[in-house]
Design a protein around this ligand. Structure first.
Ligand code: IMP
Length: 428
């Protein structure tokens, strides 16, 4: 059996949670491969909105196994809060949720270091979610980190103290008052670690290999988006993990030749939360319209998301890096209301027109070149098949497919599970 991968093609917040939830019934295992509680995956059904940060989005389907892979970083406190919320909805977490022993732990001092580092950056700050993601991945690659499997060891507390001491040394270089915050965070952290000890901790790469050999179907769930990838995103305004398809191999221990489909999710427009370049950003009433109509506020931090038109060179770049086989367009309903819509098809870069993403996409260097196409005004939220869609939307879909060269397989017209249209039979 092969693994399918589902990931975001823009700057995150494309709607991965909703689509994983919709596709879950076709898979036996949903496996999250990177990131941490900087993510906020929103799912809506039966009139209730759920936001998941660490837990895979298949968790609400009875019978599906949900794996947190080795590439993920876990804050025990946030994680256990998520678990408590799930128990209210009668999810059998012990059975449905599996955690890789090789996933890394976010310590309270990682969060504090994140805040200290951002504060020291001043106007160059990344706009981090301040969940401790960067410092935790730094300790992972620096070979200092604590892993989930370490909580089963007798000397766990000593390991914790030793890493905390390193962090305190680092913190002494920042003028950052943290002692009180640390004293507040630590007891809850250790309580949460106790709860984690009762969960199902596994050697997840072996589990996945056996599952695949037994014919089980796996969907690898990404977090954030390709333009936030540590290597290929708009560095340094990125997150600290591999958000692209390669991250599913390193974050789960599966080989590249195991991957079959790569579902790439994008919004019918663009958003970005936090700092960093955003070539098609809108500062006018069109941007305000998208932000308000699309409820574009971060699921993790509540921060307003910056909004802009669809950026084809950036989308093409993400599609190539990931080897996307199927596109999924989200929030087409939010785009209703424009006489015409703009699509960035090229950039003007150093007095030349280019169609690729250059080394730097800083606004001072590149300017988007737009094509303007007809918009639509119909309310799409009740649409359940493409035939009934306005012609301008059909044309928009065809236009994007033609520019990118990959079919759009699913169209989303609202936040609910039911507001999802399969444009081609996926036979998963
Ligand atoms: P960090 O990963 O929290 O350090 O944040 C680094 C950058 O990635 C910031 O610009 C964040 O706003 C952005 N970011 C991190 N996670 C997400 C996400 O799940 N959705 C959108 N942006 C994110």
């Amino acid at each position: 059996m092969k693994v399918d991968v589902l990931l975001g093609l823009q700057w995150g917040d494309e709607g991965k949670g909703k689509i994983v939830d919709v596709l879950t019934r076709k898979y036996d295992i949903i496996a999250r491969f990177q990131g941490g509680p900087n993510a906020g995956h929103t799912l809506e059904f039966d009139g209730i909105k759920h936001v998941l940060h660490t837990i895979p989005s298949g968790i609400f389907h009875p019978g599906t196994k949900n794996l947190i892979g080795n590439g993920v970083v876990i804050d025990p406190v946030i994680f256990c809060k998520e678990i408590a919320d799930l128990k209210v909805h009668n999810v059998n977490v012990k059975e449905a949720l599996l955690i890789s022993r090789k996933a890394h732990l976010i310590l309270p001092t990682h969060r504090i270091l994140d805040a200290a580092s951002e504060a020291a950056k001043g106007k160059n700050k990344i706009g981090s979610t301040l969940k401790g993601i960067g410092p935790t991945y730094m300790d992972k690659t620096g070979r200092n980190g604590l892993r989930v499997g370490d909580i089963e060891l007798e000397d766990f507390k000593e390991r914790y103290e030793s890493l905390k001491a390193k962090h305190e040394q680092l913190l002494s270089h920042y003028e950052f008052d943290y002692k009180e915050q640390l004293a507040e965070l630590e007891p809850a952290w250790f309580e949460a670690v106790e709860i984690m000890r009762e969960l199902t901790l596994i050697d997840s790469e072996h589990y996945l290999h056996t599952a695949l050999a037994d014919g089980k179907k796996v969907l690898a769930e990404g977090a954030q988006g390709s333009l936030l990838d540590i290597d290929f995103g708009s560095y340094p305004f990125v997150t600290s993990s591999t958000t692209t398809c390669a991250g599913s191999c390193t974050g789960l221990g599966i080989a590249p030749n195991r991957i079959e489909r790569v579902f790439g999710i994008f919004k019918a427009y663009c958003t970005r939360v936090g700092s960093g370049p955003f070539p098609t950003e809108l500062f006018d009433e069109d941007g305000a319209y998208l932000q308000e109509k699309g409820h574009e506020f971060g699921a993790t931090t509540g921060r307003p998301r910056r909004c802009g038109w669809l950026d084809i060179p950036a989308l093409k770049y993400a599609v190539s890096i990931n080897g996307v086989t199927n596109l999924i367009m989200m929030k087409a309903d939010v785009m209703s209301g424009f006489d015409t819509i703009k699509v960035c098809t090229k950039y003007r870069y150093k007095s030349e027109e280019i169609e690729h993403l250059p080394y730097s996409i800083d606004e001072s260097l590149i300017e988007p070149v737009y094509e303007e196409i007809p918009g639509w005004k119909d309310d799409l939220t009740g649409l359940d098949n493409l035939e009934d869609a306005p012609q301008a939307l059909k044309d928009y879909l065809a236009y994007v497919e033609e520019k990118i060269g990959v079919p759009i397989s699913i169209l989303s017209v609202g936040p609910n599970r039911t507001q999802t249209i399969e444009l081609e039979k996926l036979s998963l």
